[in-house]
Design a protein. Structure first.
Length: 102
């Protein structure tokens, strides 16, 4: 199997050595989402660049709540360290606008 050409495409990284994925969500007042995103997306891009120093695959997703138009949900997916970094950064910037951290 070591030299089997049919298995060359398989990833040989053991699952136990991959970082665990973490997902955190924040409920933010819609009126404050513009401050989080910034002009032309500058703030969110900078936050993502900083977070990618911890985890190059971290994702930040911002969506309007379907049931409550006054709320946006910010979901952060990545390693535990990266998600905590992003959550703390958002809490620091929008502390009065955070409704819940899930």
């Amino acid at each position: 199997m070591k030299n089997d050409p049919d298995t060359k495409h398989l990833d040989r990284t053991p699952a136990s050595s991959l970082p665990a994925e973490s997902k955190r969500s924040l409920r933010v007042k819609s009126s404050s989402v513009g401050r989080l995103i910034g002009t032309g997306g500058a703030n969110i891009k900078n936050l993502q660049q900083e977070a990618r120093k911890v985890d190059p695959h971290v994702q930040i997703d911002i969506r309007e709540d379907r049931k409550d138009k006054e709320v946006h949900e910010v979901t952060v997916t990545g390693t535990k360290e990266a998600t905590e970094f992003v959550v703390e950064a958002i809490k620091g910037r929008l502390k009065e606008a955070i409704l819940a951290v899930i």
